[in-house]
Structure formats: C-alpha cells, structure tokens
Design a protein around this ligand. Structure first.
Ligand SMILES: [Zn+2]
Length: 208
C-alpha cells in the first residue's frame, strides 16, 4: 500500500487511495511517499508478469490438450473402424462356410429287382429247393433277411416254386462264403423270399 503524508503535521496514512482529511490536524493537503509508491508499482509489475506467464502457460497447455484429445479421438475411431471391418469379414466367412444341403439321392439310384428272363412261351424258368443235405426243411420268409419271426412256411427238399424276382437282401454266410442274393418266389399260393444258395434254377418246358 501507498504511504500518504500530511503536509501540515507529517501524519502518515497507509492506504490505496489518497485520504480526504488528516485525522490529527484536519488538513486536506497530502503527498505521496515515493519509495512506498515505487514498491507498489513494482508489486503490480510482478503481479502482471506472473499473470502473463500463467496466461502463456495456459495457452500452451490448451494447445497440447487439444492435440492430445484429437489424437485420442482419431485412434479410437481407427480402432472402431478396424473392429467393424474384422467383424464384417468374420460374418462373411461364416456365411460362405455354411454347408449347402446335400442333394437327395434320386430314386433312379435305387436298384430295381432284376427280371428273370423268360425264354419263350413254351419254356419257363422255375426254382427248385436244394438243401445241399445240410438240413431237412427250408424257411419261406416275409422279408429277404434271416430272423425267427418272419417265417411264412417250411419247404421240403426238391419243392418246385415260381421265381418272381432276384434281389439283393440281407448278407448271409453259407458254405464258407458271404452272399446277399435272394429270390422272391411264389409257392403254395404264398409269396415270400428264399436265400439264393438254396434255389436251383431249372428250365421247364410247358409243352407237356
Ligand atoms: Zn496533519
């Protein structure tokens, strides 16, 4: 603060603004103590310099923070774009890898029973049961497979029967070999299946 001195009695007053009146002699005439005035000016000067320094520092920081914020923003955007691209690529590859439905096998591939060739009207191929001496009776079955509950009837050795078709049925093992040939036959007005091993084909003339 500045020191003001009364010209009349020398009383000092320490304050910012010039006093109106002296407390001692009621004089209104004061002068400024120069050393205190210069000190005050220097204090202001220092304060201004400090303020200016702070202002420049603040501007620098602001500039840096803007740059850093911009860098963070750009980095984040780059990462987001990269992740989205990666996700899109993963989706694309997933879609590309979905297996296409396998074609349903056409009905044409199912083997049809081979017809027995008929020679002419006079002759006919018939079957004859041949047990090869292995057993006494042969089973006529509902299906072309060997099981206990599909037996229609039992046939004796040498029985003649009508051949309807030759087919591939269940695999069976006989006389040391595996076979799957079966005959669809008709005998005693019953239709059924017999393993091919037990049928001899014979050509029979219908002339007599
Ligand atoms: Zn005075």
């Amino acid at each position: 603060m500045t020191i003001y001195k009364c010209r009349n009695c020398g009383n000092e007053k320490k304050q910012y603004l010039p006093p109106k009146i002296c407390d001692c002699c009621n004089s209104q005439d004061f002068y400024i103590d120069l050393s205190s005035h210069n000190k005050l000016v220097n204090e202001y000067k220092t304060a201004f310099e400090q303020a200016d320094f702070l202002k420049r520092q603040y501007q620098t920081y602001t500039k840096y923070s803007l740059t850093i914020a911009l860098l963070i923003f750009l980095t984040t955007m780059t990462i987001i774009i990269y992740l989205q691209k990666r996700q899109n690529n993963q989706l694309k590859s997933l879609i590309n890898n979905i297996p296409s439905p396998k074609p349903i096998p056409s009905l044409n591939n199912i083997p049809s029973p081979k017809p027995i060739p008929s020679l002419n009207n006079q002759n006919q191929i018939v079957g004859k049961v041949n047990l090869h001496g292995s057993k006494t009776l042969l089973s006529l079955r509902k299906e072309a497979r060997i099981t206990t509950n599909n037996i229609l009837t039992k046939l004796t050795d040498g029985t003649e029967l009508k051949i309807l078709a030759k087919i591939e049925g269940e695999m069976y093992q006989v006389a040391g070999q595996k076979r799957n040939d079966w005959y669809q036959v008709e005998v005693e007005s019953k239709q059924g299946y017999i393993a091919g091993y037990y049928i001899d084909l014979i050509l029979k003339s219908l002339k007599y």
